[in-house]
Design a protein around this ligand. Structure first.
Ligand code: MG
Length: 324
């Protein structure tokens, strides 16, 4: 079946840069796609890579697709594409085929709460922690959850900061510590020893480099370990990793797979943003809402407060399309 494909580029700056041990993200760029079939059913998608080499790869694939690809050829190619473009077409096909959408059995679900992403600068971090505890603690019905990205400063500096954070953290709040691959085995072991009896630690996220699965497995015997970057690099780990999995729908490829996992209430999945427009965000929120129904509900990582306010982040895909 021949489809009509329209593509529009978008870009935006984050309100403040995100610093990880691997990169500083200040800006996002990508493409929105609109697929339409002969019955005028429409599906929307977003190609939203995090690094520039993937932007170039996606650009080449888009150039070859033309404006009237067939549904069959798209379905057969999705699995072979980089995750961000796989997401866009999987999402658009799902919506066009009425697998999801407000007129279907699977209506878009919103999500109302998120973990708080702490800034990496110490002063700002402590200020954000205090502010959130003062303003959100009493009216938060779920565990107040903070995410802290480490391996940005020396281990000594960050160990001292850890103690300051723990001192402020109420007994029923939770802390996720994300090293973004930035520790070696010795450093990870030191942090695990420090924290393995800490009930407020939710997990250590990607403490070791993507390929050190043996080290990650060993550490996971001792303390909860969430995989993030390893799952993007080696998608088969999504089938085998038993502990927490950080799932970033917009980066990981065809979202119909994750939709099925969460519809089946599979546990230990955490839904996380990779800073997408309103088109991708509908999926992120929907999947995060389904996660709340799983056997292991936990706060999604939606990084509230890092995106500017603009029609590009509207929930109506047509508004997003017009704003790009
Ligand atoms: Mg992470």
């Amino acid at each position: 079946m021949e489809l009509r494909l329209e593509i529009k580029p978008f870009s935006f700056h984050l309100l403040k840069p995100i610093q990880t041990s691997q990169q500083i993200i200040t800006r996002k760029e990508g493409w929105l796609i609109k697929l339409q079939d002969q019955d005028n059913r429409v599906g929307w998608g977003e190609i939203s890579p995090l690094n520039s080499s993937e932007v170039n790869q996606c650009k080449k694939i888009l150039a070859k697709l033309g404006s009237s690809p067939t549904k069959e050829s798209l379905e057969s190619q999705i699995k072979t594409w980089p995750g961000p473009i796989g997401f866009a077409f999987g999402a658009a096909l799902a919506e066009m085929n009425c697998l999801i959408g407000d007129g279907t059995k699977q209506k878009w679900l919103p999500v109302s709460s998120s973990a708080v992403l702490l800034p990496s600068n110490e002063l700002e971090l402590l200020r954000c922690l205090d502010y959130t505890l003062e303003n959100q603690y009493d009216n938060c019905t779920k565990a107040l959850t903070f995410k802290w990205k480490v391996a940005n400063y020396s281990n000594e500096v960050e160990s001292v900061l850890l103690q300051k954070i723990l001192k402020k953290l109420p007994n029923d709040a939770l802390l996720r510590i994300d090293a973004n691959c930035g520790w070696n085995r010795n450093q990870a072991k030191e942090w695990a020893q420090e924290l393995h009896q800490e009930p407020r630690l939710e997990w250590l996220e990607q403490p070791l480099p993507v390929g050190d699965i043996e080290g990650l497995e060993e550490l996971a015997q001792y303390i909860p370990v969430a995989l993030d970057e390893s799952l993007i690099k080696t998608p088969s780990l999504r089938k085998t990793w038993k502990s927490w999995q950080i799932r970033r729908p917009v980066l990981e490829g065809d979202p119909r797979i994750l939709l099925k996992e969460l519809t089946n209430k599979t546990g230990y999945r955490v839904i996380s943003t990779s800073f997408e427009t309103g088109i991708g965000r509908r999926w992120v929120e929907h999947l995060a809402a389904l996660q709340q129904e799983s056997s292991t509900p936990t706060q999604p990582g939606l990084a509230p407060g890092w995106l500017p306010s603009s029609p590009l982040f509207n929930k109506n895909p047509r508004t997003v399309w017009e704003a790009a």
